[in-house]
Design a protein around this ligand. Structure first.
Ligand code: GLC
Ligand code: CA
Length: 583
């Protein structure tokens, strides 16, 4: 048994800090008040275009999601985040919306959406939507009006400026590469787009724009959705003087874009006028926000958002377009910071994967035939035992891997073309160097279709060719074989989700890294009231003898290894072995 005395003994020996000293991550009275379902939730992101095609046109759709609800429920998922399902010209796969109240025809109808909502609710699954309101599509009627004339009533829905000397009104780059300004001849002005030219930024300083957005939010909340993932939400407030960036700022412009003067005021207004009237959860994409600023969004007393996706984990292996090596200490530091938040009254997310990232197992694990499954179990252990609400991405439960891209033509992501233009065509980076980095970092890695079974096109579609090719490894990596094998990653994740629901320390417990300096083993504790969980993960391809930093670990409740060698004291960890002990 891991008891207080043992732990204090450890600490007086100086071997490691005492678990008993851990402060609760949240106040005691915060457990189970109303409005905390999202703290206990496990969220599953669906990228509808690539999930399941139900009508044979090669594109995933709402009917496909409805068919697969039982599969999602069986994994233990209680909340689904749908990437954008609204009408869109699809320059950025739905992140460019031209009608916020209509379903993308390729995905189905509003009746299909209502069916999805009611079937999900019967299975105890909530739905949250992607709110993309930093920008619209250039095909949105507001923008179509706005560009017509300088005195059009919709002119100020967007950000227009007269061209400056030599072209653009200022030197801001788009996140996707190239200038953030596009010149529009009709009115001899440029409009701002922090993403592609087909995604003009809305002018949040215009109260009419905020009214429109809040009314769109109410429309979906009134339909019963349980909240929003908020796309690029940190970028909504622009410094009205639109100052040029310094050379240093140009290296990472998102930190300037996310420092808009009214950002927090607008989020508070959104909360007061809309969110506070519903039992809705919000999770903001915190692009350009540093770890120590997260609680400015999530501290409950500030009444802004419930959670954000912080970007440290996204940046861990990259410097701009370039992939970089990272030591385990970097990952440990990210979780240590997240586990000791500045504000005791805020909440975290944990994610390794989403539709903008390479596949988690290829990135944090090892996707070779030998280690794919075990390393995916190791990193899933992290995902489901760290502090915060876990977010899985479709296919992560199967250990889907990066796509075997060969040439530039294999990429469909609009971001790729503009980055290529800005880096390679501009002569800044050699084509083969850029391509190699793109293969491992590209967003399209996440977007190949779900691998359902061993039949043609992995059972994703009956069409001759899906909108994006299926990863050829689908004969080995697919849902059908995972579901039928009780030792699969899929079932391991299911067991971890069940364990989370059973052990409140995994949800509400405080966090301490027990062995921050170890180069390959990640060993940490979660503690809540009298219960302590110790997680031990060997994050490398080699087996290792390991002396646990606490003498008593409690009893083993789950292991990724079928026959863990569990004795007292020094132990042997297989490559990528993960264990969870509870006391
Ligand atoms: C977010 C989305 C990404 C999209 C971008 C512009 O980063 O996750 O997919 O391209 O915003 O909407
Ligand atoms: Ca379809």
């Amino acid at each position: 048994m891991l008891n207080r005395r043992n732990l204090l003994a450890v600490s007086t020996l100086g071997a490691s800090a005492a678990l008993a000293d851990l402060k609760p991550a949240i106040a005691k009275d915060d457990v189970n008040p109303t409005h905390t379902w999202w703290k206990e939730a496990v969220v599953y992101e669906i990228y509808p275009r690539s999930f399941k095609d139900s009508n044979g046109d090669g594109i995933g759709d709402l009917g496909g999601i409805i068919d697969k609800l039982p599969y999602i429920r069986d994994l233990g998922i209680d909340t689904i985040w749908l990437a954008p399902i609204f009408k869109s010209p699809n320059r950025d796969n739905g992140y460019d919306i031209n009608d916020y109240r209509a379903i993308m025809p390729e995905f189905g109808t509003m009746a299909d959406f209502d069916t999805l909502m009611s079937k999900a609710s019967k299975l105890g699954i909530r739905i949250i939507l992607d709110l993309v309101v930093n920008h619209t599509s250039d095909q949105h009627p507001w923008f179509q009006q706005s560009r017509l004339s300088r005195d059009n009533p919709y002119r100020d829905y967007y950000i227009w400026r007269k061209p400056g000397h030599g072209g653009a009104p200022n030197n801001w780059p788009s996140v996707f590469g190239g200038s953030a300004w596009t010149f529009d001849q009709a009115t001899d002005s440029g409009y701002l787009h922090l993403f592609s030219p087909q995604q003009p930024d809305l002018n949040w300083d215009n109260p009419a724009v905020r009214d429109e957005i809040f009314s769109i939010m109410r429309f979906w909340l009134d339909k019963g959705v349980s909240g929003f993932r908020m796309d690029a939400i940190t970028l909504i407030s622009k410094d009205p003087s639109l100052p040029n960036l310094t050379p240093e700022q140009l290296h990472a412009p998102e930190y300037v874009y996310a420092a808009g003067p009214k950002l927090h005021a607008y989020l508070r207004e959104m909360n007061d006028r809309v969110l506070s009237h519903y039992d809705a959860m919000t999770v903001g994409e915190a692009y350009g926000i540093r770890a120590d600023e997260v609680s400015l969004f999530t501290d409950r007393s500030r009444r802004e958002l419930d959670m954000v996706f912080a970007f440290d984990i996204v940046h861990i292996d990259r410097d701009g377009w370039r992939k970089i090596a990272w030591p385990l200490s970097k990952l440990k530091k990210i979780y240590a910071e997240a586990g000791q938040p500045k504000s005791q009254d805020s909440w975290n997310t944990v994610f390794l994967d989403n539709h903008d990232q390479p596949r988690a197992v290829s990135r944090f694990g090892n996707d070779s035939a030998q280690f794919r499954e075990v390393s995916a179990k190791a990193i899933s252990t992290l995902l489901l035992t760290q502090c915060g609400t876990p977010f899985l991405f479709q296919g992560e439960e199967l250990g889907m891997t990066n796509f075997p891209f060969r040439t530039l033509r294999d990429f469909k992501d609009a971001q790729v073309a503009s980055q290529w233009k800005a880096k390679v065509d501009a002569g800044l980076v050699a084509p083969d160097v850029f391509l190699e980095n793109l293969k491992s970092l590209g967003r399209d890695n996440a977007r190949s279709p779900m691998q359902w079974d061993r039949t043609k096109n992995a059972g994703f579609t009956t069409a001759a060719s899906p909108w994006f090719p299926v990863n050829p490894n689908y004969t080995d990596v697919n849902a059908q074989s995972s579901v039928s094998d009780l030792n699969s990653l899929y079932h391991y994740i299911g067991r971890l989700i069940a364990l989370r629901k059973k052990l409140p320390a995994l949800i509400h417990g405080s966090y301490r890294d027990l062995d921050p300096d170890h180069v390959s083993v990640f060993c940490y504790a979660r503690q809540w009231n009298n219960s302590t969980i110790v997680v031990m993960i060997n994050m490398c391809d080699r087996g290792i003898t390991y002396e646990p930093p606490v003498p008593q670990l409690g009893s083993l409740v789950t292991s990724s290894n079928e026959q863990p060698n569990v004795g007292k004291g020094i132990t042997w960890l297989q490559p990528w072995e993960a264990r969870i002990y509870a006391a």
